[in-house]
Design a protein around this ligand. Structure first.
Ligand code: NAD
Length: 499
């Protein structure tokens, strides 16, 4: 059995805690590797190495730091297939989707090549008589990130690319479910010229996370994952005086107005609801058709599309629509929630409960499900399912649809499908959700905009990537300077007292 490592001080390092987690191949259900779970002492060692390496890295001029990222982009492109394959093997998503995971991270790396522009600071000439005032952005020091299983390439890159570009050292604690790609990324960055100790990967579980939160040297924590853990890390991290941003779970609604192009809306829901087996924080998990007639038309269009979905292992080729979910526990949780939906009175119009894939009986595959007549009080509506399950909540009018999305505790993403500009504008303006799509089902902002939800989907002030990342990973220092007049007044050979 393969034993994975940490990546500390520029080398693969075996775990010493004696604790390990199994890494599965979700398509077959087999354990393919075990990953070490770091102790507090292992984390402290990585932090010490980071702290020793960081000042020299911060002193490298920003353009030279950016060149390392430039080279890293080349290496990501060179190794794209290898990275995608390793990612699919541990996560289960299809190969094109895995390449997309790397690509969306790579785009943030590209954006961070512009760091010298973002770090320039501000200057006021003659803020007072003979006084200049300027602000500079300085690196924080040692920073850390804790990432979820569902984007093992993209989300680590969203964090470490800006952190490193700003002159910080970064310690990544990736998900223990799929740790191989993060280790590969660390190797590639060193091949690109990053000094040892600036990006380290310390694998682990809660013990490693707590060792990050409580380590006084670590200045900031970025977290992406489920909401209860986001709240925990945000609370304890802030109490320890750190800068913290935590992104949590989601329940994304897509409102379908009666005037929407129903084929377009149905196609969008299939991709956004079932792509990556629904394991995306920007997946649409709730369809909200406005009016019974719209609902009937939508369901009628969805059913044949869902029945055509091809579920399979990533090895089965490019026509697989989605793969297995990440663990047996995730599968059991999804099926339990489906049962609760049936028991609580929702109508299961596409039933994937008995889905079975020949030859992959032990894999964590979940068939696609579609619920109709879901109501606000049901568990399948209140909870994040994170599986291939789409719930339909019928709204009588636009206002009811809007308030459904607004009243839900999560506020990551949402979408409206309509041909009416006035409705779309009203929706974009009033909705209390961070990322909004208008006839776009998964409105993930590009690298140069910022990414972040509202309500229980995000904790902290700044979003991920875009200009916010440079604020998050630097501290502002403002200097007010006045120089006594001296040599300019002519040469004076006697010693002039200060006035
Ligand atoms: P998770 O919360 O279980 O794990 C995330 C990270 O936290 C992992 O690194 C894990 O090791 C660590 N962790 C787990 N339990 C912990 C504990 N008790 N104490 C401290 N650390 C702990 O999430 P996941 O299952 O890996 O990812 C899926 C979740 O992430 C979903 O809720 C999804 O919506 C969310 N997500 C959100 C975004 C976003 O941007 N808002 C993006 C991707 C995923």
């Amino acid at each position: 059995m393969q034993e994975l490592t940490h990546y500390i001080g520029g080398a693969h390092v075996k775990g010493t805690s004696g604790r390990f987690a199994d890494v599965f191949n979700p398509a077959t259900g087999e354990v393919q590797a075990r990953v070490p779970l770091a102790s507090e002492a292992e984390m402290a060692n990585a932090v010490e190495i980071a702290a020793a390496a960081q000042p020299a890295w911060a002193a490298v001029n920003p353009q030279r730091r950016a060149r390392v990222l430039m080279k890293f982009v080349d290496l990501l492109n060179r190794d794209m297939d290898k990275l995608a394959e390793a990612l699919s093997r541990e996560h289960g998503k299809t190969l094109p989707d895995a390449a997309g995971d790397v690509q969306r991270g790579l785009e943030v790396v590209e954006y961070c090549i512009g760091a010298p522009q973002m770090l320039k600071g501000e200057f006021t000439d003659s803020a007072g008589p003979g006084i200049d005032m300027y602000s500079m952005r300085q690196a924080l020091g040692v920073t850390a990130g804790i990432t979820p299983f569902n984007f093992p390439a993209m989300i680590p890159m969203w964090m470490f690319a800006p952190a490193i570009a700003c002159g910080n050292a970064f310690i990544l604690k990736p998900s223990e479910r799929d740790p191989s790609v993060p280790l590969m990324l660390a190797e590639l960055l060193e091949e690109a010229g990053l000094p040892k100790g600036i990006l380290q990967v310390v694998n682990g579980d809660k013990a490693a996370v707590d060792a990050i939160i409580d380590n006084p040297v670590i200045q900031s924590i970025g977290f992406v994952g489920s909401t209860p853990i986001a709240e925990y890390i945000y609370g304890r991290g802030c109490a320890n005086g750190k800068r913290v941003q935590c992104f949590g779970g989601a329940k994304n609604h897509m409102i379908v107005m009666p005037d929407a192009d129903m084929d377009q809306a149905a196609d969008a829901l299939i991709g956004a609801g079932y792509g990556a087996a629904g394991e995306r924080c920007m997946a649409i998990s709730v369809a909200v058709p406005v009016g019974d007639e719209t609902a009937d038309r939508l369901i009628e269009k969805l059913i044949p599309r869902i029945e055509k979905l091809k579920v399979g292992p990533y090895t089965a080729g490019k026509d697989v629509d989605y793969g297995p979910v990440v663990t047996a526990a995730a599968k059991a949780n999804i099926l339990k929630l489906v049962e609760s939906g049936v028991e609580q009175g929702a109508k299961l119009v596409v039933d994937g409960r008995n889905f079975n894939l020949q030859g992959y009986e032990d894999g964590f595959f979940v068939g696609p499900h579609l619920f109709d007549h879901v109501t606000k009080d049901m568990d399948i509506y209140k909870k994040e399912i994170f599986g291939p399950v789409l719930s339909t909540v019928r709204a009588k009018d636009y206002e009811e649809a809007l308030s459904l999305a607004m009243d839900h505790e999560y506020g990551n993403g949402t979408a409206i499908f309509t041909r009416d500009g006035d409705t779309a504008r009203d929706f974009a303006s009033r909705i209390n959700i961070g990322m909004v799509g208008i006839n776009v089902p998964i409105p993930v902002p590009l690298a140069y905009h910022t990414f972040g939800g509202w309500k229980k989907s995000a904790f902290g002030d700044l979003n991920q990537h875009g200009p916010d990342a440079f604020k998050f990973y630097t501290r502002t220092k403002t200097i007010t300077s006045r120089w006594p007049s001296g040599i300019r007044e002519g040469s004076a050979f006697n010693f002039k007292p200060m006035d």
